[in-house]
Design a protein around this ligand. Structure first.
Ligand SMILES: [Zn+2]
Length: 329
């Protein structure tokens, strides 16, 4: 999403509100862009900054080729500052050093933009510093705050910002974008169920770890269908060695959850909703014969419980063993 017209395809309302204010020369002093991962917060922040500095914009669309546009793209523009968490939070010192820089006149103009990523991680002290800054707006300074979790932004900051809500990506649009990027249809379906970040989806679809994890989940389902004791050996010697980190274990459970949802969809004849299995997959038919609808619902519950246990740091071996035990019971 490098232009407003591209943003408009995904976030029509946000694009309209912001481009209108650009046309009327009424760009806000402070924006709060709130939306899930992958909804375009950073792209929109970059576009606002480019519009403000571009040497030959056509009014709303920046040219993308002048030195200001290019330096903003590469985060190298001296008057466009990015702040992001150092460790888990954005600290008062980070805001102070930004403000110190701002007291000198602009390096190349008087205009300045600061973009705060993960603004919900501002500490209380850092929030108060920002607030002071917002209370004395200068015509030339624009703040753009980005967050996935706007409830954690203190109300006094929120009320001084123009709040722009970004909508979750439409799954059909998402799937089409992935296919345009060379991802095959079946994988694109699966990815649109797992994430709403296009970059992440493309990375996973090319990633060997992910392909192997998907294969292992298929094998796990085959074993669960057979109701065999071998499943424990499989978990120890094949599955868990591939799932070294907690994130990987969670991802495997997400895949298993989608697979069981598919088995349920197959049962009720909603094959259009399948994301993990191809409708012609023999294992899908086999699994739907092995598991009644009632048992599938129970399995879905058991998988969700397993995800919670991982979050509570229960040992992964134990989590996966209990999962197999409860599914086979
Ligand atoms: Zn430009």
């Amino acid at each position: 999403m490098k232009t407003w017209s591209e943003v408009a395809e995904v976030q029509p309302l946000a694009s309209k509100v912001i481009t209108n204010s650009i046309q009327k020369d009424r760009i806000s002093h402070a924006y709060l862009l709130q939306g899930e991962r992958g909804t375009g917060k950073e792209e929109i922040a970059l576009l606002i900054a480019k519009v403000l500095f571009c040497e030959s914009s056509d009014g709303t669309e920046p040219c993308q080729t002048c030195s200001n546009c290019k330096r903003i793209d590469s985060h190298n523009h001296p008057d466009v500052h990015w702040i992001e968490p150092e460790g888990k939070s954005i600290k008062k010192e980070q805001v102070e050093s930004l403000q110190k820089e701002f007291t000198y006149s602009g390096l190349e103009s008087n205009r300045k933009v600061y973009i705060i990523k993960d603004a919900d991680t501002l500490t209380t002290n850092a929030s108060n510093r920002i607030l002071k800054f917002l209370e004395e707006p200068s015509r030339q300074t624009t703040a753009i705050m980005l967050t996935e979790n706007s409830q954690s932004i203190i109300p006094t900051i929120r009320s001084r910002c123009q709040v722009i809500d970004l909508k979750p990506l439409n799954p059909i649009y998402f799937k089409e974008k992935l296919i345009e990027n060379g991802v095959n249809h079946q994988t694109a379906l699966l990815m649109s169920a797992l994430t709403n970040n296009i970059q992440e989806a493309i990375e996973w679809s090319e990633n060997e770890w992910f392909a192997e994890a998907r294969k292992l989940v298929v094998q796990l389902i085959e074993m669960l269908c057979k109701n065999t004791e071998d499943v424990y050996l499989f978990i120890h010697s094949h599955l868990l060695p591939h799932l070294k980190e907690r994130k990987e274990q969670e991802k495997a459970l997400d895949l298993l959850l989608l697979a069981f949802k598919d088995i349920l969809y197959y049962h009720i004849g909603n094959e259009k909703a399948l994301v993990f299995f191809d409708p012609a997959d023999a294992l899908l038919e086999k699994a739907s014969m092995s598991f009644s609808q009632e048992r599938i619902l129970k399995c879905l519950n058991v998988i969700l419980q397993a995800k919670r246990k991982l979050k509570q740091n229960v040992q992964p071996t134990l989590v996966f063993e209990q999962l197999a035990l409860q599914i086979q019971r």
